[in-house]
Design a protein around this ligand. Sequence first.
Ligand SMILES: Cc1cc2nc3c(=O)[nH]c(=O)nc-3n(C[C@H](O)[C@H](O)[C@H](O)COP(=O)(O)OP(=O)(O)OC[C@H]3O[C@@H](n4cnc5c(N)ncnc54)[C@H](O)[C@@H]3O)c2cc1C
Ligand code: SF4
Length: 474
Amino acid sequence: MTNKMLKFVEITPQMPSKRAAKTRRADFAEIYGDYIKEKANAQASRCSQCGVPFCQNACPLHNNIPDWLMLTAEGQLQNAYNTSAATNFMPEICGRICPQDRLCEGSCVIEQSGHGTVTIGAVERYLTDLAWDEGWVKPLNPAQERSLSVGIVGAGPAGLATAEALRSHGWQVTIYDRHDRAGGLLMYGIPNFKLDKSIVKRRIKRLKDGGIKFVLGTEIGKDISFADLQKQHQAILLATGVYKARALSVPGCGNTNVIEALPYLIASNKRGLGDTVTGETAEGKNVVVIGGGDTAMDCVRTAIRQGAKSVSCMYRRDETNMPGSARETKNAKEEGVHFEWLAAPKSVHDKNGKIDYVRAARMRLGQKDGDGRQGFSEVEGADFKMKADLVIQALGFTPEDMHALSPDLKLTRWDTIKAHSTRFETSLPGVFAAGDIVRGASLVVWAIREGLDAATAMHNYLLAQSLADQEVLK
Ligand SMILES: Cc1cc2nc3c(=O)[nH]c(=O)nc-3n(C[C@H](O)[C@H](O)[C@H](O)COP(=O)(O)OP(=O)(O)OC[C@H]3O[C@@H](n4cnc5c(N)ncnc54)[C@H](O)[C@@H]3O)c2cc1C
Ligand code: SF4
């Protein structure tokens, strides 16, 4: 092993510079700056090159992290990028938005030994941003053209990953999406301050330039029937994500100023992209966001940037049991978000037709459940009021009615699509499924992983179809 590694004792972990909370509150620009070359090399050199790399095991894509860290430390940056891009189609996106504290960095042995994790995500982002600048990101150029075609429903990370993998084999790929822009939640869910939209756009442009067709503003099941789609393509991938919002069910929740998280975030992202949109903004309001996941964190931080008077996050468990990324919660606190832990809404009250306050119950934690999360119960007689002009519900998402596409599509008891665990075939021949619509609301990196696995199975399926067609022609 090179003597450039194992520097974790003398070099402390350092993220790229973070903009001061005061300035980042005022705009939607990304909050982290870029590593300079020397800093990236030094941070990569902290890796201990474990025989069994726990970081790699904890990464859903099994990225070859120790190898590209070593190449980075040695200054072999193009090789490092190539190694990182070999397993991940969107490394700069994962480097920005993976909850690394729960994945690769959370399993880093140096972190476990108290020296602070190697900043894996930040180095991954640095390498791929550099690769784009230096022209190392190659165009999508299939070595041969194949005649059979694939229809992909959903242009989110799962659909895009499958499209890229299948197109690189030469299959004809068309992606359909009901939104007017591709990217799924990368474009319209996740705010700019976590993921600048230019990063998503350049990925999509590369796919378009590589011959993938995008049919946008087209909902399958409404604008084109699923049966017609099946007639047009020899294989189909369903990568539709999960969009049915879990709703509050307390008295007063029907007030017009009690809104859902996703339309709020979509409107904000569209404004950032220059569109003219109506819809609620937080400007000048006391905002209460209910929920403790990534969506809730994106809402509170969006509300801060829209100039809210006050922003509070209400969550029924405590900070330790929060499902969202600890890093994002820290960022939200720095930006001025108030957290009301161990609290759950009981009713929403209005004055002259406008929301006035939320009445909330104080909660206490109980025993751990089978998943290791603590249960909770109400503390009697400890209700309190929170001033509110706008309440945003960020309680998670479940699937829409997938039987509307085809009643023969088998679903799980959670209404997600039932698909084979590695081949991602559904109950319908030639129809595959991947991403949140199979796994339930999850992460971008898992959507990419499943999209790639589905692509492998679809490629084999299409090869078998081609052979069968040739037999018929003989
Ligand atoms: C607000 C928010 C913040 C998040 N932040 C993070 C984060 O920081 N890090 C992270 O890893 N994950 C995050 N996630 C989760 C992550 O975005 C998802 O797990 C991931 O996008 C799922 O990818 P997907 O391709 O399965 O679905 P999606 O990204 O949801 O894409 C599905 C696409 O299918 C389209 N579609 C649906 N039905 C139809 C139809 N009938 N016809 C045509 N098109 C259709 C939709 O318009 C959409 O574009 C966040 C999620 C949300 C909601
Ligand atoms: S893809 Fe995500 S989990 Fe894997 S190495 Fe990159 S940041 Fe870590």
